[in-house]
Design a protein around this ligand. Structure first.
Ligand SMILES: [Cu+2]
Length: 618
């Protein structure tokens, strides 16, 4: 809780003034580049103390109202949110996105629809490149989505929030997709002219870990304006269909839990913080959603529950969502939302559930435990079955799991072992004192962030799902083949911002070219004092080694986010197959991403040896 009385009143006022002035800058929609031009950023990348812009510059300790919290001293200069009572509302479940029989507006086309829309004076469509695979994988279903402002309650003790969602839902509706069933999604930008303080009204929607042609991937610079649409083609095809495993692709590369979110260059953190994210679930003949068929994983949707975690700050005066543009390290919220509600509860039957845990950011790392508040010494193990949407070869039993921003962990929790009336809390016990990365301190049970409360019901229930204790087998991990090219990347800090191999992101700079249908090794090196959850679009990788050691059982599958801790060095194996075009690699601490820890690489049929391994080569 807060300890306002212990903090100097003048310091509190400085923090509030700074927050107010920063909000005004944010409302003016100034990007990092604008701030540098206006001389409002120091050479170290921090906001100057003028007009109280930087509370940190005025307070020697940088203390926030939070004082000591989770054993952290000092703070980010962010005022504490208003108090809220935990576990008063049920966990919301996002609606399943429903297909339409035809699109509003013009019919879909292979080439972008560049006809001028008389209502806006802009081309109808924001897309700039033709669909490369719509002919080969014609859409069997059409979805229409409107990105728009909506009124949302995050907690009954806070006012209604004006957020941005997909079809009025925050988080967005859940796509239920199937391999072998290509879809076309028409994204309309219907965002309002007033951004309400932060966020920018142009968008690019990325389907995170989709094997998606570049023009539909949601590349950060493929953003489009209010009044335009953008058709995105999701073939829902297994990687390798035109290369290693024709004609249907490699079943070992099947994905399950994907998500979509805004990826607008320089503004991803603001737009996602404001609500632009949702789930995309992909089923097939093994992961069927039916617990009597295939791998017999718990039944969707009754016992297969997607959960997106997000931490947020709310203005202590107005109770409205607050975003701090001045923060370069990463934003830590003091309110914990699951599926858009602060600290909800979820009633469970005495059986197995599949939970799809997704860290929706912006910056925090979680280490989740199941804590019994009435018996803190009780250990409550569960099973990890998938990492970043890739089912592991076998379930792995754990007592806790760490999840960085954008990582997904599908887990199975068996509540049959608990008597009716048991309460368990999903507790984050990883200490993190600033946005740049966690300490490695694990807090005592009951001392961490209480994110969600499970309440075990007395109902009689059947359970046809597979028991993970019987060691069921899912997919093998494909073998690693000879690589065509090795590349090396150093993730570092420069002038208070973030670089990959000493460079900031530039939409038009192709840092290297990967030759289609070849394998590559990428070596990633972390810096000092910072952690980076690095995401590579388009292809999953396997971890060859982490700090010269074999990865853990949970990291031994395939992934699309690699946690790069302090001084970590990892080697990754990729196969880049099937499609061509531009894709990014970036830090998924979205504050780092926007300031500008990202690069563009292109896949084509030539390739090059840029950024090749050589310096500090092991
Ligand atoms: Cu980072």
């Amino acid at each position: 809780m807060v300890y306002i009385s212990k903090i100097n009143r003048r310091q509190q006022q400085a923090i509030l003034d700074a927050a107010k002035n920063r909000r005004e800058i944010i409302a003016a929609r100034l990007s990092r580049r604008d701030l540098i031009k206006m001389g409002l950023l120091t050479s170290a990348g921090y906001l100057i103390p003028k007009l109280g812009l930087s509370a940190r510059a005025q307070t020697s300790s940088g203390s926030s109202f939070g004082g000591s919290r989770n054993g952290c001293f000092g703070g980010s200069g962010t005022p504490a949110s208003p108090p809220t009572t935990p576990f008063v509302e049920p966990l919301p479940i996002m609606p399943v996105h429903q297909a339409v029989t035809q699109f509003t507006g013009p019919p879909p086309t292979v080439n972008p629809n560049t006809t001028i829309n008389p209502a806006t004076g802009l081309p109808y469509e924001g897309r700039t490149r033709p669909h490369q695979a719509l002919g080969q994988f014609p859409a069997q279903k059409l979805y229409e989505v409107h990105q728009q402002q909506c009124q949302v309650s995050v907690h009954p003790q806070l006012p209604i929030q004006t957020l941005w969602g997909y079809n009025g839902s925050v988080p967005g509706p859940t796509y239920v997709a199937h391999y072998g069933e290509p879809i076309l999604v028409r994204n309309y930008n219907n965002l309002p002219s007033n951004n309400g303080g932060f966020g920018i009204q142009s968008v690019s929607t990325h389907l995170h870990n989709g094997h998606t042609p570049s023009e539909s991937d949601g590349f950060p610079c493929d953003f489009f304006a209010v009044g335009q649409y953008y058709d995105q083609h999701y073939p829902n095809v297994l990687a390798g269909f035109s290369s290693t495993n024709p004609p249907d692709g490699d079943i070992r590369e099947a994905l399950s839990t994907l998500w979509y979110h805004d990826h607008r260059v320089d503004f991803t953190s603001q737009n996602v913080y404001k609500g632009l994210a949702g789930f995309y679930l992909l089923f097939n003949q093994f992961d069927t959603g039916n617990e009597t068929t295939g791998f017999r994983l718990p039944q969707y949707p009754d016992f297969d529950i997607p959960m997106i975690f997000g931490d947020r700050n709310f203005d202590p005066t107005t109770g409205l969502l607050a975003f701090d543009l001045a923060n370069r390290d990463g934003i830590l919220g003091d309110k914990f939302l699951v599926n858009g509600k602060i600290q909800p509860f979820f009633q469970v039957k005495r059986r197995r559930y599949r939970f799809r845990w997704l860290n929706g950011g912006p910056s925090r790392f979680y280490q989740f435990y199941l804590t019994n508040p009435n018996n803190l010494s009780q250990s409550n193990p569960f099973w990890v079955i998938s990492n970043d949407g890739n089912l592991l070869p076998n379930p792995v039993q754990v007592t806790n799991v760490r999840i960085a921003v954008a990582e997904r962990m599908d887990v199975i929790v068996d509540f049959s072992a608990f008597p009716a009336g048991t309460v368990l809390r999903l507790e984050n016990r990883l200490q993190q004192c600033d946005g740049a990365g966690p300490t490695n301190t694990i807090l005592a049970a009951g001392q961490g962030d209480q994110v969600l409360e499970f309440r075990v019901l007395p109902d009689a229930v059947t359970d046809g799902s597979v028991n993970p204790a019987t060691n069921p087998h899912f997919y093998d991990v494909p073998p690693q083949t000879t690589v065509n090219q090795c590349r090396q990347f150093k993730f570092d800090r420069q002038n208070g911002q973030w670089v990959i191999n000493n460079k900031f992101f530039d939409c038009n700079e192709v840092r290297f070219r990967v030759k289609r249908n070849t394998a590559e090794e990428w070596d990633l090196d972390g810096g000092f004092n910072w952690s980076h959850p690095v995401h590579i679009h388009f292809e999953e990788f396997q971890i060859i080694s982490r700090n010269r050691s074999t990865p853990t059982a949970i990291e031994r599958g395939r992934k699309d986010v690699i946690r790069l801790g302090e001084n970590d060095s990892v080697q990754l194996f990729f196969r880049f197959r099937d499609f061509v075009g531009r894709y990014p690699m970036h830090c998924h601490n979205v504050i780092h991403e926007d300031h500008a820890m990202m690069l563009r690489f292109d896949i084509d049929d030539v390739g090059d040896s840029n950024e090749s391994c050589g310096f500090n080569r092991r």
